[in-house]
Design a protein. Sequence first.
Length: 213
Amino acid sequence: MSVLEKNYEILRVKMVEEQLKTRRIKSNIVLDAMLNVPRHLFVPENLLDNAYDDSPLPIGLGQTISQPYIVAFMTEQLEPAPGLKVLEIGTGSAYQAAILAYLGCEVYTIELLEELASRAKNTLTALNLDNAKVICGNGYLGLPDYAPFDAIIVTAAPPFIPEKLVEQLKDGGKMIIPVGEVHAVQFLKLIIKKDKKIIAQDLLPVRFVPMVG
């Protein structure tokens, strides 16, 4: 291991200990994924020094990579397990998809912007995470050809819960999604589908980039 890689490893340990455990991220498998997936590979070169900061970072084209705590929190809420079929809306850097893929989930991730989708594919390929499939398309439509999904994770904020995503969620499945207008208070919601109805719970006030269709 090079000196630089060792330094990044130290920063990941610090991130897990100081940013995640202190905020009650308790899942050992989620903590392990955050410790082992190299976040610095998902940020622009000019921001490498900030790769493990406790904040979101711009990745270009008006998009961001989420704060490590938010990634860990959203992942933990889905209760990931090997073979869990997950739809992600808003690939962005592919860091969230990589965390889920590292945990053995079967990940389908949609990105509207072709440049980001291409970049995400290359990053996931370099990490040999071939259980994450990147698709360029409109997240509001989901992926009906691959539905139903055990879980759906949305990493950009729509002003309402998209009905087509609810339709594609398996009965008994979970969706975690930030909802709200871009300049207003958004809430991260946990949606549980049961008997074709949804039960919604507000988890955290958040701020995400808007979900664009």
